[in-house]
Every structure is written in C-alpha cells, then in structure tokens.
Design a protein around this ligand. Structure first.
Ligand SMILES: [Fe+2]
Ligand SMILES: [Fe+2]
Length: 168
C-alpha cells in the first residue's frame, strides 16, 4: 500500500496534469479562433495526452490501495500575443512539469518506494520526449518569424499529429 505522503504528492500531480490539459485546450481554442487549424489540432492532441497522464496517475494510486481527492483546477490563460508566444509558453510549461516529476521521484526515493519510482520513470522518459518535440517547434517558429507562407506550411505540418493512446 502506498504511503499517505506519496499518495498526497501523486494526488497533487493528477491536478497538475489536468491543469496542463486545460491550458492546452485553451491554447487550442486560441488557434482555432485564428483559423490555424493545424496548430489547434496539435494542441488538442496535447490536451488529450495530458488527460491521459492524469488518469494514468489515478489508476496507479487506486492500484496501490490509495485514494484520490480532486481539487479545483486553476483557470488557464486564454489570450496570447502571437503563435510563437503560445508555443514558447508550452515549452516553459513542460520544463516546469519536468521539475514536478523530478520532485515526485525524489519523494519516492526518499521513502524507498521503489514501485512508485519505477512507475514514475515512464513520466521521466515522457518529459524528455515532450521537451524535445515542443523545443523543435519553437526553433521552427523562430525560423519562420513573420513569413506567412512559412506559417501556412507549419500549420499543415502541425495538423499531421494525431493522438493515440500509448500501449501500456
Ligand atoms: Fe503530462
Ligand atoms: Fe506534457
């Protein structure tokens, strides 16, 4: 059975993952309102992925005999000044989440909860991938700058991403 303390920090992370999902859904909507449907769909996939992260954490808690208590989800930002700003904030947000996951690993190791540490390693690897993929988008957006043909092509490329539930 999971400790009360570990249960508490994972419970907090469920909320953080739901907040990420809410934030990306807000960003997706901002893109939709500006007819950037490729970016909107990329962000929608991102939101679905974060929702999946929250339920993965919840399922783990339940599997370990823990319990979850849902907290209110903070209101996400809903307006930005440019597509680059949205993508840059996504990158910053993911870096912050990586820090949160690292804190969870520290907590698991501190109490020698090897099962939780093992579970969390999936998220450690996921963060490496997330930071790399959004980092690449940031770099491409900087290359494009104010070039509308570039933005048009980038929107098409972003639209190719589809969310699929990862195999367990
Ligand atoms: Fe996540
Ligand atoms: Fe993420």
């Amino acid at each position: 059975m999971i400790s009360k303390k570990m249960n508490g920090v994972i419970n907090g992370q469920i909320n953080a993952e739901l907040y990420s999902s809410y934030l990306y859904l807000s960003m997706s909507t901002w893109f939709s309102e500006r007819s950037l449907s490729g970016f909107a769909s990329w962000m929608r996939a991102q939101a679905q992925e974060e929702l999946y992260h929250s339920t993965k954490m919840l399922d783990y808690l339940l599997e370990r005999g823990g319990s979850a208590e849902f907290e209110a989800i903070d209101k996400p930002q809903c307006s930005w000044s440019s597509p680059l700003e949205v993508i840059q904030e996504t990158a910053d947000h993911e870096a912050k989440v990586t820090g949160l996951i690292n804190d969870l690993v520290d907590a698991a190791l501190a109490e020698r909860d090897h099962a939780t540490n093992n579970f969390l390693q999936w998220f450690v690897a996921e963060q490496v991938e997330e930071e790399a993929s959004v980092g690449e988008v940031v770099e491409k957006m900087k290359m494009i700058g104010d070039d509308s043909a570039g933005m048009f092509a980038m929107d098409l490329e972003m639209g190719k991403r589809v969310f699929t539930l990862p195999a367990e």
